[in-house]
Design a binder for this molecule. Sequence first.
Ligand code: SF4
Length: 968
Amino acid sequence: MSVDFSRRKFLRRSAAAGTAALVMPSFVARTADSVLGLGETLAPSYTGWADIYRKQWTWDKVVRGTHLVNCWYQAHCSWDVYVKDGMVFREEQAGEYEPVNANLPDFNPRGCNKGSCFSEKMYDPTRLKYPLKRVGERGGNKWKRITWDEALDEIADTWLDVSLKEGTDRTILDLGPGIDVGVATAGVLRFGVASRAIALDMNSEIGDAHRGAAVTFGTMTGDRSMDDYFYSDLILYWCNNPMVTQIPNAHFLNEARYNGAKIHAIAPDYNASAVHADLFVPVKPATDTALALGLCHLLMVEGGVNEAFCTEQTDMPLLIRMDTKGFLKEAEIRKGDYKNTHLFINEADEKIVAAPKDSLSLGDYKPKLEASATVKLLDGSEVEVRTVYSLIRERLKGYTPEFVAEICGIGVGMIRRMFKDVQAAKAMANVTSSNINKFYHGNLTERSMILLFALKGQFGQKGSGYSAFPFLSLDGLDPFALISKPDDFKALMHSMESMMKTQMAAGKTQEEIIYDMSNSMFIPGSSNFEGVQEPRLTCGALFWSIHGGIIADNADKTHDPFAKRPMQEYVDESLAKGHQFVAPDPGNDPRIMFSISSNSVRRVRGADAVLKNLYPKLDLSVVMDFRMNSTTQQADIILPVAGWYERTTHKWVTTLSPYLTVTNQAVKPYFESKTDWEIMGRLAQRIQDRAKVRGIKNFTNQDGENVRVETMGDWYTMNGEFPLDNDEKVMEHILKWSTNADVDWEELKEKGFARYKSIGHYVMGVGNMCEIPEDDSITHFTYHTRDKVPWATDTRRMQFYQDQDLYHEMDEVLPRYKHSPQIGGDYPLMMTSGHPRESVHANWRDSRIMLRLTRGEPFIMISPKDAEDRGIEDTDWVRVFNDVGEYHVRAKVAPSIQPAQTLIYHAWESYQFPKGSPRSVMATPMNPVELSGGYTHLRPVFTWSQPNIFDRDTRIEIVKLNPDEVGV
Ligand code: SF4
């Protein structure tokens, strides 16, 4: 049977009938009933045009829902989802968030332009209906419909063949940013635990890993709630454009400004947020580090350093040996077991004192910030030592306003104007952004910005603080993913509590213990709990760079003058030292790729190399998604996944809007689509069944782990306790087993959202290190600033001095400015990017409604001067190229763009270009320092402290194309 069930066709028919889109419910209901068999086919229920308008506000039910998409900072909004005759026909913002207190703006209404038309997107022609199998060449986009049984049999048999012959680490679970960290993730994790497949940690690959925050704080997580900006008096839009990227949050920023806060927008382009700023600072792209350090320099010489904060909370008073350039340790000057104890000079008596390790509290001590001394070592020799602060001060001497003005391309007067506001600010805040980390030297930028906040002591007070990575989620997911039966939950919690107790008694903080546990998931064969197998993670950036052949193809196309060795050597060294990890081992080719809510062919910078090098090695490419996209086109088997209003789960959120947000199943899954929970469970069961048929017994894998194929499906459902057709029961238990929410499931599902009670134990939330007050905003890091809990770094302080080999080799021990390297070759234009207003990553990128809000097709923005120099006019087709490759796209001549800068908003699907895509010119390098390890704050933890890969400073040239050259 072939049925055209597209919204497009419906609209054509509607238009022909002279009706409007709002008639959809009745028409669609008839179609749905006949196709889905939901009931008897209905006769038209209206007899004239007036009935259409009478019926448009009728529905069968309304449930609360949200969108399981990585809208990230702006996530996640509660919506009323309207259902009529088995179809969703509209959605409306819930608008019921209670005021936190009478003096703060509330969270109503939350939503964006994309979310408000998901009901259209869920029925458009890209929607997947049935399992599909490739016909012909991979990537040829030809398909035949197959049954679920056929699909599962093929996947299960291939998995058994590969796992027995080559190892379970040859199967890759590429979990895209569309994961919910709820029921779907529980399914994928349980399948991963049972099958011992490798789950890619894609956060650093995406460029969201906030490396600068991670090395400074020991965590990349840490952010406020949006209403906290109401307490700010200076807000920095630095490296971001929140009016576009944080639509549901933007009103808080505007209200803060109305409340008296000044806004500074620091960006190369005059963007939609800059137009609302009090000061627009148009720095050249990738020069923000110099500006931040210039402001730090002015604070040091003109006043404004908060010495009490710096001495208590940071490594600035700690002593550095001038001979080795390493921290002076107590074991070097006194006998005893003082291996990790750092030292400072006490101001009152000039004595060298060990910095307290178990608390940030200094007691009666007052460390000197600016100091040097000669110290006698145990072997009798003498060395000169200086404080980190002294070294910072010396390093910053050169960052005068004149020097910074030259680098950044702005006037000295503008720098001084910005400084005046920074110096005067009582509550200075930035707006979180992952744009920074997508630049090659973004880690230096972020470290420099944090230094500015630290020098001013702008942490832990209402309305102040550097915003890094915002995250909150239920902490009941991990136990759910690990246990064999519900009764095991208590035993697992008991083991965890006793481990915490023992390790905290030994001096670790709870935060550090959670990071230890997360780190172990990158190490083959390790487990935190006796007899419990945990998910096995690997760094996505390293995976694509090594197994995808990006390093092999492109490493020679990035020219970093500071890198003394080839990229391959840095990578080999890091893996050999166990600083970073990749699985499978280099040389062992991946064989099965599951792309799960992951449009990696669209997303991964250097995807062209991945298609060329990795895909031919795959025996099977399986894509689980709800829509056709660039990655499904490269699949061997596509499994259709239920849409966001067709399942019940919760979605991770952020501290910015600290509300646990659920989506309820409003309608049945579309055609034959199924939820991730059901798909992964069916696959586990099918592997169990096929193993039995083929006489395959439980086996031990390449890492000595048990792979229990004989009971894989039974284990997945905990022997039927969690049936595959009941996502809601899983959700209910994740909630029940979470410590950071205090709400009954029935109440939550009805209301759609509830305020979190605490940050919980989840690895990505614990770093916020603060309470979630019922009646006030969230201000992050107060456990450090108020309660004096040490930071999760080697020095147990906010750490600006990175005493590690690679940081020494690259001269990045302290923050500094480095010129952006020539990524992609020696070309005159820099390709920058950003998140667009019209899509959330690739979701909605092909939406009929959203395309109407922009030019309807991809375009690259170029300055009028660069366009004129090249004879390019607005809407001309152009060829974008460098040493890596080329793509064709239309030009948009934009006065908001600086000369030498270009900007192409991200997430266009590959098939939206006539030739190539922006990925075709991305050399996708790694920065050697990000391969470092060996210290508590420099080792991989889920989502951070892994190498990023970069696209923002890619160099390109652009030439005009004649119409007959386009696509050729
Ligand atoms: Fe909110 Fe994200 Fe949905 Fe937009 S897409 S309405 S930001 S949840």
